[in-house]
Structures are given as C-alpha cells and as structure tokens.
Design a protein around this ligand. Structure first.
Ligand SMILES: NC(=O)c1ccc[n+]([C@@H]2O[C@H](COP(=O)([O-])OP(=O)(O)OC[C@H]3O[C@@H](n4cnc5c(N)ncnc54)[C@H](OP(=O)(O)O)[C@@H]3O)[C@@H](O)[C@H]2O)c1
Length: 237
C-alpha cells in the first residue's frame, strides 16, 4: 500500500472505471471521478472526493470540468483515462467490423472519444500533475491497438485504429513529459465482462481492476512509455 493518491479517473460511473473507483476509494485514495451525467448514482454511492462532469467529445466541457477540479485540489498524482467507446456507441452494428464498414462521422466519433478526448484531458490536467507526487498517467488502451494482435482478432476497425492512436499519443506524451518526472503508461485491461466486453469475457471488472491497482503500485518513471497488460507484463506493440 502506497500513500493515498489524488486521482482523476474518467468513466467512473460504470464498467471497469467504476470498479477502479471502488478499489481506489476503499484503500483511501481521493478519487475525482468523471461522468457525462451531473449526478452519477453508482459513482456517488462510492463516496468519491468529487464528481467532474464532462463529455470526452466536447473539448469545452473537459476544460471547464478540469478547471473545477483545480478549484478543489492543489495537485493530482494519478490520471486514469479509462472512459472509452466503440462503433456500437455511434450506431454501428456489432458485425460491422471491417475497415470500410464505417461512415466517416462514426469513425471520427470513436476517435474523438478515445484519442482526442484523453489528449485534451492530459493537456488540461498537466498543471495539476506537475504538482503531483510521483505523477502517473495511465491510458487504458486495448490489445486491439496492437498491430500484432489486431491483425487477426478484434472489434470494429474504428476502435482498433483509435487504440493504436492512443498508444502513439501515449508514447509521444511519455517522451515529452519524462523530463518533468511525469510517467505515461498504456495498459490493456484484458477482455472484461462490461457493457463493452460482453457477458462471455473471461475477466470480471473486479478481477481486472484488482490487478490494475496492483500494477499501478509497481509502476515508476522507469516504466514510462511501456504498453502493459492488466497484470503488469509487457504487451506486444
Ligand atoms: N471491456 C473490455 O473487454 C475492454 C478490453 C480492452 C480495453 N477496454 C477499454 O477499457 C476502458 C473501459 O471500458 P469498459 O469495458 O468499462 O466499457 P463500458 O462498460 O462500455 O464503459 C465505458 C465508460 O466510458 C464512458 N464514456 C463513453 N463515452 C464517453 C464520452 N463521450 N465521454 C465521457 N465518457 C464516456 C462511459 O460513460 P457513460 O456511463 O456516461 O456512458 C463509461 O463510463 C475503455 O477505454 C475500453 O476501450 C475494455
């Protein structure tokens, strides 16, 4: 158990993000969870340090939400970009997975949420991270962002492209921030039985989140730029 952290966690009202919020709060961390709705019931029930309301597709809402965070806390030690979406959130059918099944608006929408949104989040929270203790950004990626893995399996191509782009954003962020002592790590959480992962996934959200919290505790600046699995082992690019 490390010292209590000040945490910004996106997508904290359901799925993997909700279990991460539960575990971090239970162990004494102060968690500001984000949600799109103003009064996210499941998150509020966990007793977070605060609720930050924004939509990752809306830059102004992220800027405003993180400005509110800055009024509540002097620094942030850990940012977890967990919120994410795939083509199904934008009207794509489950079987529409090929590179040419997308209309441009849905393709852009997935990438807006999974890549542009996290970029804006980290950009806005940087002044707080700079005042953090052992600051770490954990970007929840996916094995489907791996060139080696996604060639043979996977969900829709827009989603795979977005996670590959998130990995590149993370590598560039790690390089840019290393000199300031801010670590940036990408993590594949496993195939998890959430709304996104479906009922047949082998890992429960609690199992994945438990392993991720343990992994976070073992990460340091030396790990910046790595792509890891939920259990901390190295994921192939
Ligand atoms: N489940 C898996 O097997 C799996 C595997 C690999 C990677 N991942 C990644 O793990 C992360 C968590 O996924 P999950 O399985 O927990 O998915 P989930 O159950 O579908 O939850 C998605 C979360 O993202 C939030 N979100 C979606 N669109 C948003 C937007 N426009 N603005 C702000 N928040 C938004 C949702 O908030 P609302 O409640 O407001 O909708 C929700 O909290 C994602 O990044 C996903 O890509 C999941």
């Amino acid at each position: 158990m490390t010292n209590a952290r000040r945490v910004l966690l996106t997508g904290a009202n359901r799925g993997l993000g909700h279990q991460l919020a539960r575990l971090l709060i239970d162990r004494g961390d102060r968690v500001w969870g984000t949600a799109r709705e103003a009064a996210p019931e499941a998150l509020l029930a966990l007793g977070p340090a605060g609720i930050i309301q924004f939509d990752l597709a809306d830059e102004a809402s992220i800027v405003a939400g993180i400005a509110q965070l800055g009024e509540q806390v002097a620094g942030v030690d850990l940012v977890i970009n967990c919120a994410g979406a795939d083509g199904r959130s934008f009207g794509m059918a489950d079987q529409q997975r090929g590179p040419f099944d997308f209309d441009a608006a849905s393709f852009d929408a997935v990438n807006r949420v999974n890549v542009t949104g996290p970029m804006v989040v980290v950009r806005e929270v940087l002044p707080l991270l700079r005042r953090g203790v052992d600051p770490l950004v954990l970007n929840i990626s996916s094995q489907l962002g791996s060139m080696e893995v996604a060639a043979s399996i996977g969900r829709d191509t827009g989603y795979c492209v977005s996670k590959a782009a998130l990995n590149m954003l993370s590598v560039k962020s790690a390089a840019a921030l290393a000199g300031e002592g801010i670590a940036v790590v990408m993590l594949h959480p496993g195939w998890v039985s959430t709304d996104m992962g479906g009922d047949t996934a082998p890992l429960t959200p609690l199992e994945s989140a438990t392993a991720i919290v343990e992994t976070i505790d073992g990460l340091s600046l030396a790990d910046s730029g790595r792509f890891v699995r939920w259990d901390g082992t190295t994921h192939p690019w």
